[in-house]
Design a protein around this ligand. Structure first.
Ligand SMILES: [Zn+2]
Length: 227
């Protein structure tokens, strides 16, 4: 049982020229997954519920990396319909732009939400976290630059949204001890990795494990992942 943190990227149908199509989960799939989680009695958690002693026995936290525009059009209506919320990680320096960090490799430019939409989501009760400024491999860049990516992204989000930002998500899941400590020093309370596993198996709150949901996870496979 326990708590599962699920990772999503894009919602919708992948363009046919796109690579890594499994990062796209259709809106029908997302809708079925949300219904199933509700049916199984999972509580939909917020980040504050992950701080020790506050976790429930059967909980789930849905996270969306990269704040793509398709969240707004395809996922938001599902969350609104079910009165549910989730956590969205924003590459703060690329708001209103696109996936500059991997569009060449993936062969598609995926639009990222603008500040108007991110502010509206925050207003609606969605949690917003930092996904750095420009989505670099943090352990491979200059330490001063890494600090800028971690610290300044938090400061900008807090300035734009007028509330404290507690969650950070390592771009590409790339981090080492030094980066983890910088994230803590910047004042975050939690950091999310791409390491697979249940919340309870995480080393600490700055190395949270998650379960990635793929577009080819049909419902029985999804069920196996969450149980
Ligand atoms: Zn990302």
């Amino acid at each position: 049982m326990g708590v599962k943190i699920l990772t999503y990227h894009n919602v919708g149908k992948p363009p046919k020229e796109a690579r890594l199509k499994t990062l796209f989960v259709s809106k029908e799939q997302l809708s079925r997954q949300v219904r199933l989680l509700k049916l199984l009695g999972f509580s939909f958690l917020r980040t504050q519920d992950l701080i020790p002693n506050r976790s429930t026995s059967r909980g789930v936290l849905l996270t969306f990396d990269d704040a793509y525009m398709d969240f707004w059009y395809l996922a938001l209506p599902i969350f609104i319909e079910h009165y549910l919320r989730c956590l969205i990680f924003v590459p703060v320096g690329l708001v209103g732009e696109y996936n500059r960090w991997d569009y060449e490799k993936l062969r598609i430019k995926k639009p990222i939400m603008d500040w108007g939409k991110i502010k509206e989501l925050h207003h609606l009760g969605f949690e917003i976290g930092s996904h750095s400024l420009t989505h670099p491999y943090l352990s491979k860049i200059d330490p001063k630059q890494a600090w800028e990516e971690i610290y300044t992204s938090k400061a900008i989000l807090e300035d734009k949204l007028g509330s404290e930002i507690t969650a950070f998500c390592y771009p590409y899941g790339d981090y080492d001890e030094r980066i983890r400590d910088l994230v803590q020093k910047a004042g975050y309370k939690l950091a999310f990795t791409t390491k697979h596993g249940r919340f309870e198996d995480s080393e600490n709150l700055f190395e949270l494990r998650r379960i990635t949901v793929f577009g080819n996870d049909f419902l029985p496979k999804f069920l196996l992942k969450i149980l």
